[in-house]
Design a protein around this ligand. Structure first.
Ligand code: PEP
Length: 253
């Protein structure tokens, strides 16, 4: 059965001392509380080794925020899947809307990165989502369909089961604006149906689909209660232990 997941995307926030302090708080929380979902964090890559050390044996998934589609070589500034693998990182976020917007990331890039992660036995958290303009023009289903097909539909059924999808409407990321639980459910069901049409319902039922976009302690519970929402990818609210832990607790509470 598919997993329920709360994943924190720290983006480009916190100096080392602050990052270490937040990890220690999360460690303390995890030691003292039974959680009803998997908990992942994606700190800046420079802190991943520290995260692996701090969370050794604590069942917190440690993720990168992006990676190169290449294995090694003259790609200044990039990180390869083999590097993640060599320090025990569990996977990476791929095609976050900020990578798409500021770094020209496309779904073809995402497709190669997702495949590289799966080939290495790591977990991709593949992000898709429409812009406000696309939603206003009623193009959102078409946009998500194209993104999902290009990025994922070259995978085998066994491979796609291992992908975590994060539906993140661009208009809801970091804006304080959240999709309503009904809007999230509608799109998650649409994505699951796309997968079912391509791979069969049984495979589609195995894929975890997270919602991302201004999830906070105040709205998480209702969003997570929807049948096709399997958790959240959390940005701003993952930066404070009070908020992040409340969101974790909202799951199945
Ligand atoms: C994100 O960056 O993936 C995200 C959902 O950010 P926020 O929760 O801050 O909107």
């Amino acid at each position: 059965m598919r997993k329920n997941i709360v994943a924190g995307n720290w983006k480009m926030n916190k100096n080392f001392a602050e990052a270490e302090a937040l990890m220690m708080q999360l460690l303390e929380y995890k030691k003292n509380n039974a959680t009803h979902c998997e908990v992942y964090i994606a700190p800046p890559s420079i802190y991943l080794t520290t995260a692996k050390q701090i969370f050794a044996n604590q069942e917190i998934g440690i993720f990168g925020q992006d990676m190169s589609e290449h294995n090694s070589g003259a790609y200044t500034g990039e990180i390869s899947v083999g590097m993640y693998q060599s320090i025990g990182v569990d996977g990476s976020i791929i095609a976050h809307s900020e990578r798409r917007l500021y770094h020209g990331e496309t779904d073809s890039h995402a497709n190669r990165k997702v495949k590289a992660l799966l080939d290495a036995g790591l977990t991709p958290i593949y992000c898709n989502g429409e812009t406000l303009e696309q939603r206003k023009n009623n193009q959102h289903f078409e946009v998500i369909k194209n993104q999902t097909q290009v990025a994922l539909f070259t995978l085998s059924a066994e491979e796609i089961k291992k992908v975590v999808i994060a539906y993140e409407p661009v208009w809801a990321i970091g804006t304080g604006e959240t999709a309503t639980p009904e809007q999230a459910q509608e799109m998650h069901a649409f994505i699951r149906n796309l997968i079912a049409e391509q791979y069969g319902q049984e495979t589609a039922n195995e894929v975890s689909i997270l919602y991302g976009g201004s999830v906070k302690p105040e709205n998480a519970k209702e969003i997570f209660s929807k049948p096709d929402v399997d958790g959240g990818l959390i940005g701003g609210a993952a930066l404070k232990i009070e908020d992040f832990s409340k969101i974790i607790e909202d799951f199945n509470a």
